[in-house]
Design a protein around this ligand. Structure first.
Ligand SMILES: CC(C)(COP(=O)(O)OP(=O)(O)OC[C@H]1O[C@@H](n2cnc3c(N)ncnc32)[C@H](O)[C@@H]1OP(=O)(O)O)[C@@H](O)C(=O)NCCC(=O)NCCS
Length: 163
């Protein structure tokens, strides 16, 4: 599977995909706005259309996955994108890969836990703060679950360092 990296040339296509799937290019994570039109990422395309996209940012030795969307599910594309992000983290000398998901997204919780990610932190009632910045965030999320908290998952990388 060969992924394209987001560049200034393909950025309009990426932004269009994000708007279509997230209805916005601004995301609130841990009470802070993230401008999705500026983040890095990889995608899989077919006939000029994006089939799956992973976006991320890197800070303080951490690669954080900001979004992951796969339109052609159950073919290993999401897993391959996560592994590409893990490799990128290694290349950039990061010690871990993290991501935030909301408490209603049980599919993402299953997906990431089966791929080496563990629950690391709970941001209880984080969505109260998110709604102050973005009132359109619904009260009820996936599967009819009240949308309230953020959960941070992490996968610690083997950096080859020995203590
Ligand atoms: C979560 C998500 C990214 C997974 O993407 P995907 O491309 O379906 O991921 P994969 O195909 O790698 O894995 C999905 C399932 O298919 C199975 N699978 C993987 N390769 C397969 C193959 N070749 N044939 C059949 N099944 C396969 C996997 O075992 C996995 O099941 P599991 O989670 O029970 O182990 C996708 O469902 C999605 O976009 N969801 C909506 C947005 C979202 O919630 N994003 C995550 C939060 S940021």
């Amino acid at each position: 599977m060969t992924f394209e990296r987001i560049t200034s040339l393909n950025r309009p296509l990426v932004n269009q995909f994000l708007e279509r799937h997230w209805f916005t290019t601004t995301m609130i994570v841990r009470g802070e706005e993230i401008d999705m039109t500026k983040v890095d990422g990889f995608y899989l395309a077919e006939d000029g259309a994006i089939l799956a996209l992973l976006t991320y940012t890197v800070y303080d030795g951490v690669l954080e996955i900001i979004s992951l969307d796969s339109l052609r599910e159950n073919q290993g594309i999401g897993t391959a994108l996560v592994e590409a992000a893990v490799r990128e983290a290694g290349k950039q000398g990061c010690s871990k890969v993290v991501l935030i998901t909301t408490n209603d997204n049980v599919d993402a919780m299953r997906f990431y836990q089966k791929r080496g990610f563990d629950m690391a932190r709970l941001f209880r009632n984080a969505l109260d703060r998110s709604r102050q910045l973005k009132p359109e965030i619904p009260l009820i999320g996936e599967h009819g679950i009240a949308l309230r908290h953020e959960i941070e998952f992490e996968r610690v990388l083997d950096t080859g360092k020995r203590n």
